[in-house]
Design a binder for this molecule. Sequence first.
Ligand code: GTP
Length: 366
Amino acid sequence: MTRLLNALLTTDPRLRRSLITTGFACLFMAFCVLAMQLVVVAGLTQPQPVHWWSIASVGYVLLSFMLIRSGLTRHWRDPAFTTVQIGCALVSNAVAYAIAGEARGIEPPVLAVVMMFGVFGLTAAQMKKLLALGLVAFAIAGAVVQWGRPDDAPPPALAALYMLMVALVLVFSTMLALRMEALRTQLKTQRRELALAVEQVRALATRDELTGLPNRRYLAEAMRLRCLNAQRTGHPLLLAQLDLDWFKVINDTYGHAAGDTALQAFAQTVTAQVRGPDILARWGGEEFILLMSETGVAEGDLVLERVRSAVANTPVVLPEGGRIDLTVSMGATQWRPGETAEALLQRADAALYEAKRQGRNRVVWA
Ligand SMILES: Nc1nc2c(ncn2[C@@H]2O[C@H](COP(=O)(O)OP(=O)(O)OP(=O)(O)O)[C@@H](O)[C@H]2O)c(=O)[nH]1
């Protein structure tokens, strides 16, 4: 059964959707044709025009189905060319009104179902075009019946009532389409806002709010991945732990807000000294981690020395006046094959302790 459905409807999701809708249209048209044949059997109208109408109506829906199934319309904006299909259905419905004899009263409800095929998928502009087409087609059909075949025509009051129903169905389905379009637009806006909010939440979860640097959570994952990568490629990996010197004194002397400004300035100074693929993250408080992939000890030492010197030579200018001189101590180490991120971090921490012990404002390698 699934194989049969796949053969009939294809597995291409875009075409499948179009084919399912057109399949429903085929089914609906089959019921309409059956109803019209019953009208003939009941002797309410002439058989000949109904037979031709049945062949034409079934023919165009089947042709539409085959055209979509062939894949020819796959790249069209609407592979089901819904507007054209509904336009044909409207004309077919108007013709049915003209040839259904005493049973022409069944056409307005049929028209309502035809228009429903467009309400959910078409734009308001497309529906307005169909509204115009429907009105013209039924006006012609009504005129043909009233003036072309007076023997077969309903009383004028009844004919006017039919036309009124037709106009109501066409106008209200167009109004519904307008409403649907407004809902679709609202939904699109909400989806965009939601995507933006998710992006913000993701940024909040991985960024340090004060400095804008990646945070501890982000770094923990990055360290794990870079260790795995180093294991796989054999490329060197360096980790340095950076800790501002005497930061408590800075806070106590200039205030906590000035301390925050100093942390932001420090982050900027260091970022300017490292390369794009390197990761500088705030580990917590006045502690930062610099992760350098594919970097040997000699090269890494040059970078760290450059960072140390830049920090020492870039005083923090406070917005309210005054300046703070900063220095940084660093413990650095190279990743060893098979080592975990935690072990790497521990060694860098020990080296940092040593840098502090030796007098600060220096780089010590483990
Ligand atoms: N302004 C500010 N201060 C912070 C922040 N996070 C941590 N601190 C402060 O940083 C200071 C760290 O002090 P300590 O751990 O004693 O280290 P230190 O004074 O830098 O001394 P050494 O590291 O030994 O050179 C504390 O006073 C913390 O309150 C922050 O986000 N903003």
